[in-house]
Design a protein around this ligand. Structure first.
Ligand SMILES: C[S@@+](CC[C@H](N)C(=O)[O-])C[C@H]1O[C@@H](n2cnc3c(N)ncnc32)[C@H](O)[C@@H]1O
Length: 278
């Protein structure tokens, strides 16, 4: 087997060793938390063939690991994924459990939440589990992505509280105002998407491309949120590398930047009052 290009990391792991171990354990049907010493043995011919095929797909064909195993993990939960959706890796998983509630008057009484650009539905599901009394609208423009989201919502037994909505941002979302609007939109500048490694190009372009400076959808969502947030509500957006440009353009909205473990701090919160909602 000869891999012409290095395997790109960053979709499910940052270290190649971790990703290789994950792929081998899952191909052999071993628990993912197994000690690596479980592999200190010879493989049967069938096991060898299985592992070789998976490593070939990953290293030679550059298929992302999550598309090979058809699963991704976020916040300790397992999600079904395939080429119709971005592989879940949002910073919201760090922020939601501890940093959001202090911004809400009564987090326990949040009733309406929107996850705009839901993809696999992973964040809508985390939101429904966090805000236990809330109904969550999981919005995406891509019908194909919504099929994947539907599978995950059903798998996590949340069909009663998570509604799937096909819409361009909030344009066709059900009427009414939200306590919380959250979005991990496509935010890569188009030119950057053109130069991404093969693994990332296998993800839907619609999930990555945020226009010339990456902020096309962010701008539109901020405009829409003015009429879709309740007084006291909050808008939270992940903007990736667009933080400096965002601050230049929207600094007057006094965004709060959440802290993330890797120091990128690229998820912001804007209060409804700053958008003129009263
Ligand atoms: C970065 S992915 C995020 C997926 C998921 N929320 C996550 O964190 O893994 C962005 C998603 O936005 C969707 N999308 C792109 N343009 C959109 C639009 N105008 N309105 C709604 N969704 C859109 C894409 O189909 C994709 O599923």
């Amino acid at each position: 087997m000869y891999a012409e290009k290095r395997a790109a990391m960053g979709q499910i792991a940052t270290e190649a060793r971790d990703e290789a171990l994950y792929l081998i354990l899952s191909t052999l049907g071993l628990p993912l938390d197994s000690d690596p010493t479980v592999l200190d043995r010879s493989l049967s011919a069938a096991e060898y063939a299985g592992v070789s095929q998976v490593l070939r797909r990953r290293l030679v064909e550059h298929v992302p690991a999550a598309y090979i195993t058809r699963e991704a993990w976020l916040g300790g939960l397992r999600f079904y994924v395939d080429e119709r959706v971005l592989i879940p890796r949002s910073y919201f998983v760090e922020i939601l459990p501890t940093q959001v509630d202090p911004w809400l008057k009564a987090p326990g009484r949040v009733t309406r939440v929107a996850d705009v650009c839901t993809g696999s539905g992973c964040l809508a599901i985390l939101l429904a589990r966090h805000f236990k009394k809330a109904k969550v609208d999981a919005v995406d423009l891509s019908p194909a992505a919504l099929e994947v989201a539907a599978k995950n919502v059903k798998g996590h037994r949340l069909s009663g509280r998570v509604r799937l909505v096909e819409s361009d941002l909030l344009l066709a979302a059900p009427a009414g105002r939200y306590d919380v609007i959250l979005s991990n939109p496509p935010y890569e500048p188009s030119g950057h998407v053109d130069r991404l490694p093969e693994e990332f190009k296998r993800e839907p372009r619609l999930a990555l491309d945020g226009g010339p400076d990456g902020l096309d959808l962010v701008r539109r969502l901020i405009r829409q949120a003015k009429t879709r947030l309740k007084p006291g509500g909050i808008l939270m957006i992940e903007v990736g590398g667009g933080r400096v440009a965002f601050d230049r353009e929207f600094g007057r909205l006094e965004p709060h930047w959440f802290h993330t473990e890797d120091g990128s701090d690229c998820v912001c919160l804007i209060q409804a009052a700053r958008l003129g909602v009263s």
